[in-house]
Design a protein around this ligand. Structure first.
Ligand SMILES: Nc1ncnc2c1ncn2[C@@H]1O[C@H](COP(=O)(O)OP(=O)(O)OP(=O)(O)O)[C@@H](O)[C@H]1O
Ligand SMILES: [Mg+2]
Length: 284
C-alpha cells in the first residue's frame, strides 16, 4: 500500500461512510492532529460537510469568529473565486484566502479549509458545481503537503465525487451496531461508478476502522457487537476491504477532545494505536 511521498505530492485520504454518526469527523480531526504532532507531517484537513463538525473540532472557539469575519472556506473553493471584500471586485482564489492555520511548528503547518453551513446552498443551486474543482485547486496549491485528509458528509452528492477526484485512498469508519453495514453496498457502488467513469484514476480503499465499539467480552461487548462484527467482516471480505486491527472503543473522551479539552481523554487515548497502524499501513 506504500506510495512514494514527497516529489509526487501529498497522500490524500477521504474519510467516508454513507451512514451518519460513525465518527468520520472525529477521526479526521484526530488523525490530522496526530499526523502533525506525532508523525511530524505537513497537513491539510478539508471539511466537505455543511454541518462543519470538522471545522468546529479543529477551530473550537475561533470557529464563530471565522463565521462572523466571513473568512474564505470550501464554499469559495467550489465557487472558484473570492467575492469582493470592500474594493477590488472578485479576487482570484488563493490557498491563503481559504485556509485557517490550526497548528504551526518550524516550517510545518496543520491547515484547514473550513466549511460553512451555507455550503449546502451549492447543492440546491441550479448549476451543478464542477466535481473536479477541488482536485484542481489542491493540485495547484498544496503539492508541498505530506498529507491531505478530507471529511465527507454522510450523504452522496457532487461533493462525494469531488472527494474521490481529489483522493488516493478512502478510509471507512464503521460503528459495530445493528445496521452497521447499511451504507457499504451504496459506498461500494459509488466507488465502482467513479472508477468506471475515471479509468485513469487509481483510488483504493485504505481500510475500514471499527469505531465507537464496546469492549469484547464482559457485559459490554455482548452478542450485538458480535453480530455486527460478523456482518462487517463478511461485507468487507465481499468487497476486498482491509479491516484495521486496532479498534477505537466507545469513550466520552472523544467528544471532549473534539471540544478541545485535552485534560483527561480516558480510553480515547487508545486512538493513537489505531492512528499509528493507519499511517504505517499507508507507509507515511
Ligand atoms: N469512539 C467514540 N466514543 C464515543 N463517542 C464517539 C466516538 N466516536 C464518535 N463519537 C461521538 O459520536 C458522535 C458522531 O461522531 P462524528 O460527528 O465524528 O461522526 P460523523 O460520522 O462525522 O457524523 P456525520 O455523519 O453526522 O458527519 C459525536 O458526538 C462524537 O463525539
Ligand atoms: Mg461528520
Amino acid at each position: 500500500m506504500a506510495k512514494a511521498v514527497g516529489k509526487s505530492g501529498p497522500i490524500t485520504v477521504c474519510v467516508i461512510n454513507l451512514k451518519g454518526g460513525v465518527g468520520k469527523s472525529t477521526i479526521t480531526a484526530l488523525l490530522s492532529r496526530y499526523a502533525f504532532n506525532t508523525r511530524g507531517k505537513d497537513v491539510l484537513a478539508i471539511d466537505l460537510d455543511p454541518q462543519a463538525n470538522l471545522s468546529q473540532g479543529l477551530m473550537h472557539q475561533t470557529y464563530s469568529t471565522f463565521l462572523s469575519q466571513k473568512g474564505g472556506s470550501i464554499v469559495e473553493v467550489f465557487a472558484d473565486y473570492m467575492p469582493p471584500q470592500g474594493g477590488g471586485g472578485p479576487q482570484p482564489l488563493t490557498a491563503e484566502a481559504v485556509t485557517e492555520l490550526i497548528l504551526e511548528k518550524d516550517e510545518r503547518r496543520l491547515d484547514l479549509i473550513p466549511s460553512r453551513f451555507d455550503f449546502s446552498d451549492a447543492l440546491t443551486n441550479a448549476v451543478r458545481p464542477d466535481p473536479r474543482i477541488l482536485a484542481k485547486f489542491l493540485s495547484k496549491n498544496f503539492k508541498s503537503k505530506d498529507l491531505i485528509l478530507i471529511d465527507c458528509s454522510p450523504t452522496e452528492s457532487v461533493f462525494t465525487t469531488a472527494a474521490y477526484h481529489a483522493s488516493d485512498y478512502v478510509l471507512i469508519p464503521v460503528k459495530p451496531e445493528f445496521f452497521a453495514t447499511i451504507g457499504f453496498p451504496l459506498l461500494a457502488e459509488s466507488l465502482a461508478n467513479f472508477r468506471r467513469n475515471n479509468k485513469g484514476h487509481a483510488i483504493d480503499v485504505a481500510g475500514v476502522v471499527i469505531n465507537n465499539a464496546f469492549y469484547d467480552g464482559g457485559n459490554d461487548g455482548g452478542p450485538e457487537k458480535g453480530r455486527a462484527m460478523r456482518a462487517i467482516t463478511q461485507e468487507c471480505a465481499n468487497n476486498g476491504w482491509h479491516i484495521f486491527s486496532k479498534q477505537m472503543y466507545h469513550s466520552r473522551g472523544y467528544p471532549k477532545l473534539m471540544r478541545g479539552d485535552y485534560s483527561y481523554p480516558g480510553d480515547a487515548a487508545l486512538f493513537w494505536t489505531f492512528a499509528s497502524e493507519f499511517f504505517d499501513h499507508l507507509g507515511l
